[in-house]
Ligand binder design. Structure first.
Ligand SMILES: [Zn+2]
Length: 64
């Protein structure tokens, strides 16, 4: 399980997306950024790579 937290990108936003693979999480993050923030990550390779770099393994973050 992979996880992307919008807040990790420096955005004041509590949204998180999870998925089985990095690609799945990135796709959901792209969709979220577009609908919630009006930012199209696919327009910029830099932004897309930045978002990809923020994806973490869920096992590390889901400890109680
Ligand atoms: Zn967000």
């Amino acid at each position: 399980m992979k996880r992307f937290a919008c807040a990790d990108a420096g955005v004041v936003c509590k949204a998180q997306v999870t998925g089985a693979t990095e690609e799945e999480v990135l796709a959901k993050a792209v969709e979220h950024a577009r609908t919630a923030h009006g930012v199209d990550l696919t327009q910029s390779t830099t932004l897309a790579n930045f978002a990809r770099g923020l994806i973490r393994d869920d096992a590390e973050t889901q400890r109680p």
